[in-house]
Design a protein around this ligand. Structure first.
Ligand SMILES: [Fe+2]
Ligand SMILES: [Fe+2]
Length: 239
């Protein structure tokens, strides 16, 4: 039973977990679509299988997040409010490049960041039920990132040129909310909130910056992607 924290922190945490329920459902829709597109494009079998598996994982994550919302006393999540997952790749790219864009943005960037954030949140969690849920989700998110690197490696082997480099800034902007860069005051119960799985903005900014610079950019460069524009974008947004 989730019982740690002041009522205001529990209420705020319920809102965070509710928005995560939505994000997990959106991820499920995205991976379902990517699995179909990867199969249609003749991607390597392990990558197609990982994408299908990821879609199932994300549906389970959504149910786990919704259970935490209930335990925190939040209003039940309406499954009818499940978000769509529109394609994010620019129309100017060819079909194969658009698919690569979607996979890199979703797996290599968003899922890698998600795993880094969850790792930190697990460390800070004071509530055992919340910590346990985040640990389970974290294990899957690491696999979801791997599928992106595997697809990128396979495409690189087929001789795909660097179509990603110019779009890294857009991918970074798309993976975080504008709220990350705001200077609004933190929640007054932020310490309790961190224990319930919601880090403060400064921490999330630090993790975003470090994960991109130390994990994502070096990973992309290994596959011949020029990350110069991405690095510049990050320096401008997080001086
Ligand atoms: Fe997830
Ligand atoms: Fe995921």
């Amino acid at each position: 039973m989730v019982d740690a924290g002041a009522p205001a922190a529990r209420e705020a945490a319920a809102r965070v977990w509710r928005s995560r329920t939505c994000a997990e459902l959106e991820a499920a829709a995205r991976f379902s679509r990517l699995a179909e597109q990867l199969a249609a494009a003749g991607a390597v079998d392990p990558v197609i299988a990982m994408a299908r598996h990821a879609a199932e994982d994300e549906r389970r994550h959504a149910a786990q997040c919704a259970a935490l919302v209930r335990e925190l006393g939040g209003a039940p999540f309406d499954p009818g409010a499940a978000p769509e997952a529109p394609a994010v790749a620019p129309r100017g790219l060819g079909a194969r490049e658009r698919l690569l864009y979607e996979v890199v943005a979703m797996s290599c960037i968003t899922e890698t960041l998600s795993a880094a954030l969850l790792g930190e949140m697990v460390e800070r969690a004071t509530d055992p039920r919340i910590r346990d849920t985040m640990q389970q989700i974290l294990r899957d998110e690491v696999d979801h990132a791997r599928l992106g690197w595997a697809h990128l490696a396979a495409e690189r082997q087929r001789g795909c040129a660097d179509v990603i480099g110019p779009h890294v800034p857009a991918m970074l902007a798309g993976t975080v909310h504008e709220e990350l860069f705001s200077s609004r005051a933190e929640h007054p119960e932020q310490d309790a909130l961190s224990g319930l799985g919601a880090l403060d903005r400064a921490e999330r900014r630090r993790i975003f910056d470090e994960t991109m610079r130390l994990v994502v950019f070096p990973g992309l460069r290994r596959f011949g992607i020029d990350t110069g524009r991405g690095e510049q974008w990050l320096t401008e947004r997080l001086p």
